[in-house]
Design a protein around this ligand. Sequence first.
Ligand code: SF4
Ligand code: SF4
Length: 378
Amino acid sequence: MTQEKHTGHHGHSGSEVFIREWADGNTFNSFNNWKGLLYSASYEKIARMEVPVPIQARIDPTLKCPLSCEWCNSARYRKNKHELDTDHILSTLNFLSKWGVKAVVWAGGGEPTYHPHFQELLQRNAELGMDAAILSNGVIHNPEVAERIGQLCRWAGISIDAGTEETYIKAKGCATFKLAIDNIRTIVKNSRNCNVGYKFLISPVNQHELYTACKLAKDIGANDFVARPMDMKHQGMLNTKFKIEDLNVGFILKEFEKCHELESDDFHVYTVVHKFDKDLDHSKHFKQCYGAPLRIHIATDGAVYFCDDQYYQEKYKIGMHSPDPTNILSFWGKKKHRGLLYGNTPKQCKTRCCVGDYCIQCERLFVEDSDPMCMRYP
Ligand code: SF4
Ligand code: SF4
């Protein structure tokens, strides 16, 4: 394994080798964590020790999933086979929209479209005026569901994680490659304003296929190809045989550059490494989890957890959204929530942090007094 240092366009480490994460003309994209500066009103509240209404809700409607990816972040919990009741999700959506939440992402420790009433849920999400998005593995058996995703979602991240059927089966344990690829085509065809991403989580099993997958993503009309290294230490993983040393970092970086050569106005490549350190392992450069309350996590077991990555752990459970979602108001921003938010939680957290750059922005720009950007001087 090479020991090259890297930084992304917006990395925080010193740079000896520059890693492009997106095209030069494509600065204002969804993967650029400087979009966190759009959330300054929330940061100001957090700095005053007021906990704001979250901007986004992640709803995990079911833990069912037909695949068995070795890197599955919820493998530890999926055996529980929980599923949220349809009426409960509908009333939760009502509550969230009245509360002021702007957008929902359908995700899961399972495949969200495996919820028997997923189409109805997506429809209600849109009717309530909240943006909708989905993280899916593309194993969608009803083509109508794929069509509705294209029509109603602002973005769809479809995890394929391979460039050929052979590697897909090795990585995900199921012969559904063609179905998932066809569903990307259907979502693209029905898109009104949906950014459709072909997602590729890099592991020792699929790393050799990055460029092949990127070419395929372009051929089938995806808007984006999104590659990032797997998190080998996530708390929800079970018995992975992968080791960080098995990633061939030098080779991966070369593949990234080849992928970027495929970019065009209609096809963007994102090689997202800014959450990782030089060996594609992850590190934290902040003291508090100030980014966590930008999102609320409606988990499948009826609980709300402190952040998207710390689900199903008692320590991080801040309350129950089930059976009555208005109960959220009784614990959001209250004692346990505040204890985790202002209590040096990152010191105890070993997981890759999805909101790490937001934590840094809030801490450096709004909590600390140094005003390094001279914010009153545009
Ligand atoms: S598709 Fe997602 S939920 Fe299903 S096994 Fe893979 S990582 Fe886990
Ligand atoms: S540092 Fe850990 S606990 Fe805090 S927001 Fe990030 S993943 Fe969650």
